[in-house]
Every structure is written in C-alpha cells, then in structure tokens.
Design a protein around this ligand. Structure first.
Ligand SMILES: [Zn+2]
Length: 817
C-alpha cells in the first residue's frame, strides 16, 4: 500500500472503476425497493460554484447511504439549459447561445464526474434538446384542446429603444439594462396555463406533504392565498354601470369612505383624457416594470375622479379615486376602501384628507385607537345599522346574506394565485407549438409536425429575438385550411422544462412517448434536494404539472416529491458567497489541491445540510488531515499482514472497551443519519473512533482483530461521504467486492453492553466521589462500595446514615445527619 495519501490517483482509480462497472446505472428489475434521490438540476453557467457542490454532495451522500441500506437507487443528472444568461453571453462573445450552452454542459459534466457523484449518466438530459422539449410541446397542444390553455393579454416590460420585451431582472430602476431607456408597460397577447383550476388541490395536498419543511409549505399556502369573502357591487351615481369589488371583510362595509380604481381600470383610462392628474397616474402605471414588489412599495398616490359610488346598504354617496396601489391584475381593478380597518386604505386616506370611519371596536372592550394606524383585527361592530353589536364573524355571515338576498353580492373564494403566463418573447427557449391563421385563428401544431425546432445557428443582436425576424422559421401553412399562416415566435417560460424533468429521467431514452411505465416505477421522487429560493415558483409549478400529467394518464401519483430538503447557504465571512461580493471559492481549485473527498468531507462536516455553512480554509485543511490520518491507520494496520478472526469472548478489558467504542460509533452514526440526516455529528463520531483506534497500539491477535473491525466500520460509515478513499481502503482491508456494494454496518448489541459502570457517589446531594461496579450490581453491593470510598467516609464519619438512594447505572446518594 502506498505510503502517502495521494487523492488524485485514488480518485481517478475509483471513478474509472465505477464507470467501467456501470455501478450507478439504475435498473427497474432488481427486486429491491426503489429509492429516487434527486438534486435540483443546474443551469449550465460554465462552472460549478460551492452552492452546487454542497447541493450535489448532500444528494450523493443520501443516495449512497440508501444504496448501502439495500435500496435500488436512482440518482440522475441533467441540465436546465434554456434561459436568459445564454443570450447575454452570446451577445458578449458573439457565440450562438446553443454552442455556448453545450460547451458549458461539457465542462460542468467533467467537474461533476471529478467530484465522484454517483449519477446514472445514461439518463442525462438537457432541456434545450429537441428530443426533450418536443414532449412539452406535445403536452401543450393536448392541454390546449382540453381547455387548460388560453390566450389573453398581459403586461410586459417594453424597451422602446431596443424594441424588445425585457425580463423583470433586466429592468434596473425603471430603465432597460442595455439601452438605458425608460421602460414602458405594454399589454400583449400571451399564452396561459390554468393553474388556478388546481388551486384547491395544490393547497389542500400541502397538509399531507409531511416530508417537506413547514416553511416551504407555508410559503406555498401564502402564494396560493385562498381567501373567503364577498363579491359585491356599488352603483355609480349618474352612470349606467357598477363597480364590482371583492372583500374579505364584509363586516367593515359600513366603514367604506371611498372607492379605489386601478390606473389601468377602463374608467380611469376614459377619464384620463381630460384630467392631467389621472393621466399622470396612468403613465406612471405604464412605466416602471411589472414586478409586483415594486408596486406594493410605491408611495401611495391618487386623484379624485369626481364620480360617486352608492353604498349598497345605506345609499350614501362615496367618492371614487384613482389610486396607484390598486392592481388591475387582482380582482376587478377596483376596491372598497375602509381606512379605519385597513392599513393601506388608512395611509391613502391620511395622505388625501379622506374620512376615516371606525365601525369595528376591539372585542375586549378596550378603547379603539386609530390615530396612528388602522385597527385591522376582528372585533364587535358599531355604527353599522342593524348589524351593530354583532361580533365580526357573525356580521360577516349576516351582511353576506343580506347582500345575497338583495342580489347585490355573493360569497366567493378568491385566490392570490394567478394563471401561469408561459409566453416569453425571448429567443433561447422552447418554441410554443401554435400557428396563427388569419381564417382559423390559433391552431396547435399537429403531432406529426413536432418538434417545432428552435433554429440554433443565430446571431444575437440584443434587439429582439432572432426568430421573430426569420421568415424561414415563422412562415408556414395552416394545418386546418392549408392557407398561409405564421408560427408563434414566443418561447416557453423555462419553468415549463423544469416542471417535469424528474419524470422524464425515468425514461429519458423513450422516443415515442413523453413518459412510459418506468415513470410510475420511479415516481414520486423520494428525496428532493435544492435551495429554498425555489420554494414557490419551481416547486409549485412542478406540483401542478405532475397533477396535469396524472390527469393525462401519464403518471399515477398525486405529488412529485415525497420529501424535500432545502440545503442552507454557503457563507464566507458571514455573507452568502457570490460573484458580486467577490467572496467566492472555486471548488475546482480545491479539488485539484486536496482532492474531491476532502471537499465532500468538509462540506458535510461543517454544518447539518439544512443550515448555513460558514466557509473555513482551516476546516478544509482539517478535513484533509483527517483523511490522511485514516489512510495512515489502514496502511500501518495492513502492513502487518491480514488480521486474525475476531473472537468477542476472548477479549481483554481494553480490547472489549475499544470494541464497544466501535459499535457505539456505528449506533450513533446510524441514528444521526437515519433519523435526521445530521451527517456532521456522524463524521465527528468516526473521527473520535479513529483517535481511539490510533491510540490502541495493541499488536496481539485479538487486538488486531478489533482494529480490523474498527477500521472497517469507519470506512463503511464514511463510504457515502468520501467514496474514493473508502473504495481504496476497503480493498486494502482485504475485501474482494467494492465497498459501494457493501451493506451499512449494524451495531452488535452484545458489544454495546458494559461490564462495569462508573457511578457517582453523593453525600446529601453533593458529589463526593466515584465507584466502579459490575454493570449488574445490586443495591447492597452499591451501598457497600459507596461507603467504602475514602472521601465518602470523611463526609459521613460522625453522622448517622439515614438512607441510601440508588439509581442503577447512574448514582448513589447517601443521606446522613
Ligand atoms: Zn387556417
């Protein structure tokens, strides 16, 4: 065996072995229970960063651990390959996005292989491959025919100089990131998926996702935002139309003092013609980007329309204002404002001197104070006509029934969740498989003309998608009437591709169907691992898509991911590693310097997977030193020849103690990993074990047999974490089958039994000494031993012994006076 620990050679050898044996190629017919472990696939940016390395190390360690537990493990890898960065890079470097993306994939694949991740590479997929996105196009046309797809206008960010639509992240302080021009909001036709049809199921099923962090489930609940309320209408004085609003607080109806209209409400647009104040609000709403967060934090501004609404219960006249905090996208673009009981309404009323009328008082009878802000809790109604004195919940029902009775309103459930707009006006994405015919309208591309392939050899200029000015792409004939027609030139939101890749991994080679029966064999994913930043969009879209696939008969499970682990961030100097902060560490340099096992060990040792990991150079060096020490222990042990067989009955006391340590370590590691995935404490236990093994220095036959067992346990427990070195050491320890085929070790209950225990001796509750007794000693023996102890004798010398309390295995307390 090599005298030195040489990770480069050991790692190359192990990786070549796995590749040659096709160790990680998953088969469906093994007869063992399946375990599908998946880490969120990366965007091929060019190089792995430490966040990737952490994510994929956790997934690989879980996969290898489950494999040792007897599961038939599938762990695939692929590429979330469409998206904006490729277009930006293409512009900077003058390379087509496809070429740039494929080069990056090749480079990152090598990096992943170098880290020793046990992926089934035969299932690799890239979402930019027509063989992949053709099935997404196929499904879209099916959903269109089923009515789950529709076309509507939606606002986009329009750059008037570059004549292009910008993504939200390309709008910087209201201006185009490239042109610097003021961005406009434009309404353009787009395609939508009816995710709201699944809102109830998406919400209710969250309760059963017990393997998900509660935080993520709550984020999804809030995003779906189910609220029960009343939809009611206000007449407009002097106009033959009504304002329809939705409120979750009908109990505050008597406190309405004004109405708010979105600047893009049809009435606002109409009045803006002759009213500069309203026109300004409309202009403002049309510029400055579409991000909802921007709108919410904008300074509250408004303008009086001069119109009056009529209160549906009191007949009172209420002023109608245009207000910039009212969103056209939510509800009807109109709200009833109750400034005494809604903070946003309160701020607006305070700014414009509108009346604030309290109608709900605290239920505990305390004084209502709305001088500094709204009182938005439930309470007891006042100044509310026949409803005064009712608690809010009863008033909710009574007022709703009254409105329903008068035909002025009805109870309704509303969701914050909007339908999913899947059109992007960008180039580097999957073409939306629709054809626009002047006579027939939109027509889905027939199955036999799929895929609609994205032309890849293009130049990106920055002013619009190249396929929008490419007649060879968009000129076509209508599948229905045969007349001249135009292809859709928008592409899919890239969340479309990441919403079903986990199912496609099960049958990535299937070229005549989207999925086959293997999808049902592997789905759902047993353990999914990725960042918390995907809590809402990706994880919600994927859940929705899975239900759509189910309803198409393509899978039979209801949910895609049984357990979810959101790994913590990688920090350096207390902040998240990022290029912009300049505090990154390049994993490749570390692998070259210390080896992949050191990087993997440090990553798993520095923190539990779900918590932040603080980078430490000395921690990395410490991990390396430990592996070198383990290597040295095995080297010195095997240099003495093969160890004799172990006879547990024939061990000396120190040998028995050391063997107990071995099995305590196995028990602790199994518990830490099996129950909590706390690999860090399992690693710490193995380090302690190695210290004990290193100190043993027992060259007897029995001593060497215990040493053999201890080193084997250390190698087995570490095998998922540092698989290369363990692969090497396992063979060195005399095994002929690779450690990757070995079973997870089990603690020997017999070895855990202690022959002797050390007991604490107290006198009147104070620690006065220790005694060592046989583990099965009875109270009489314990009492004698305690009273014989020298220091105890000093404290009881001239006293009368009243009582002796004996807690077996723990303590003896002598009560003396
Ligand atoms: Zn036609």
């Amino acid at each position: 065996m090599d005298n030195q620990y040489r990770p480069k050679e050991i790692e190359a050898e192990a990786q070549a072995y796995w590749e040659q044996q096709q160790t990680f190629r998953a088969r469906e017919d093994t007869g063992r229970p399946k375990y599908y472990c998946l880490s969120m696939f990366p965007y091929p940016s060019g190089r792995l960063h430490m966040g990737h390395v952490r994510n994929y190390t956790i997934g690989d360690v879980v996969s290898r651990y489950k494999r040792m537990q007897g599961y038939n493990v599938l762990q695939p890898m692929g590429w979330d390959a469409f998206g904006l960065p490729a277009e930006n890079a293409a512009m900077e470097r003058g390379v087509p996005p496809a070429a740039w993306t494929r080069e990056n994939i090749a480079a990152m694949r090598e990096q992943l292989k170098g880290l020793g991740f046990g992926y089934d590479w035969s299932r690799e997929l890239a979402t930019c491959d027509p063989d992949y996105y053709r099935w997404e196009q196929w499904l879209f046309t099916r959903l269109y025919r089923k009515g789950l797809v529709y076309r509507d206008t939606a606002a986009v960010n329009w750059d008037p100089v570059d004549q292009t639509v910008l993504a939200n992240e390309q709008v910087i302080e209201g201006r185009g990131w490239r042109s610097g021009a003021l961005v406009e909001r434009r309404e353009i036709p787009q395609w939508f998926l009816r995710i709201t049809d699944y809102a109830d199921e998406l919400l209710e099923a969250l309760d059963e996702l017990e393997g998900w962090p509660e935080q993520v489930r709550n984020m999804q609940r809030n995003w779906i935002g189910r609220s029960e309320g009343v939809e009611l209408s206000f007449d407009l004085a002097g106009r033959d139309e009504q304002l329809t609003v939705f409120t979750t607080r009908p109990d505050t109806l008597y406190g309405v003092t004004y109405m708010g209209l979105a600047p893009e409400h049809p009435i606002s647009l109409e009045l803006s013609e002759g009213n500069p104040a309203i026109a300004e609000l409309v202009d403002e709403a049309r510029s400055g980007g579409t991000a909802e967060a921007d709108l919410a934090t904008r300074e509250k501004r408004g303008a009086d329309t001069g119109l009056e609404a009529v209160h549906p219960l009191t007949g009172e006249r209420i002023p109608v204002w245009v207000a910039n905090f009212v969103l056209m996208e939510y509800g009807s673009g109109a709200v009833m404002a109750v400034p005494a009981h809604d903070q946003r309404d309160w701020e607006f009323a305070s700014a414009y001197g509108l009346p604030i009328r309290p109608v709900v008082h605290p239920a505990d009878g305390s004084e209502l104070d709305i001088s500094a802000g709204a009182f938005s809790d439930y309470g007891v109604l006042a100044d509310s006509g026949p409803f005064s004195g009712m608690p809010s919940d009863r008033a909710f029902v009574a007022i709703a029934e009254r409105l329903e009775g008068e035909g002025r309103g009805q109870r309704r459930v509303q969701y914050r969740l909007r339908d999913w707009g899947v059109s992007r006006q960008r180039y580097w994405g999957a073409p939306i498989p629709m054809i626009h015919c002047a006579d027939c309208g939109p027509v889905p591309v027939p199955d036999d003309q799929l895929p609609v392939t994205l032309p890849e050899d293009v130049a990106i200029s920055g002013s619009g998608s190249p396929i929008k000015s490419m007649p060879s792409f968009y000129e076509t004939t209508c599948p229905e009437c045969g007349g001249a027609a135009q292809r859709e030139t928008d592409t899919f939101d890239t969340f479309m591709e990441s919403s079903w890749y986990f199912a496609r991994f099960a049958c990535a080679d299937q070229d005549s169907a989207m999925l086959d029966e293997r999808a049902d064999h592997w789905a759902p994913v047993d353990q999914y691992i990725g960042g918390i930043e995907h809590a809402v969009l990706h994880l919600l879209y994927a859940r929705f898509y899975h239900k759509v696939l189910r309803d198409e008969g393509l899978v039979s499970s209801d949910e895609p991911f049984t357990r979810l682990l959101t790994q913590g961030m990688v920090l350096k100097d207390g902040t998240k590693m990022s290029k912009s902060k300049g505090n990154t560490v390049d994993p490749q340099e570390l692998v070259e310097r210390f080896g992949a096992d050191t990087v993997r060990l440090f990553t798993m040792f520095a923190a539990p997977p779900d918590q932040s990991l603080e980078w430490s150079d000395s921690g990395v060096e410490g991990a390396y030193r430990f592996l070198r020490r383990l290597h040295g222990l095995v080297r010195d042990h095997v240099a003495r020849g093969s160890a004799p067989a172990l006879d547990p009955q024939a061990l000396s006391d120190p040998q028995r103690d050391l063997r107990r340590k071995v099995h305590e370590t196995i028990a602790k590691a199994s518990d830490d990993i099996g129950k909590r995935f706390t690999f860090n404490t399992a690693i710490a236990a193995v380090m302690e074990l190695c210290n004990a093994l290193g100190k043993a220095g027992d060259d007897s036959d029995a001593g060497r047999a215990v040493m053999q067992e201890g080193l084997e346990a250390a190698v087995l427990i570490l095998a998922p974490i540092t698989p290369h070195l363990c692969h090497h050491l396992w063979f060195e320890l005399g095994h002929t089958a690779p450690v990757v085929e070995a079973a997870w070790p089990e603690a020997d209950e017999q070895a855990l039994v202690r022959d002797e225990v050390e007991l604490v001796v107290q006198v009147n509750g104070k620690l006065r000494g220790h005694v060592t007794l046989p583990a099965d000693a009875d109270e009489q023996q314990a009492r004698e031993a305690a009273l014989a102890e020298h220091n105890v004798q000093r404290f009881v010398a001239d006293k009368e012994i009243r009582k002796v309390v004996f807690v077996p295995g723990k303590l003896i307390n002598v009560v003396a006076k």
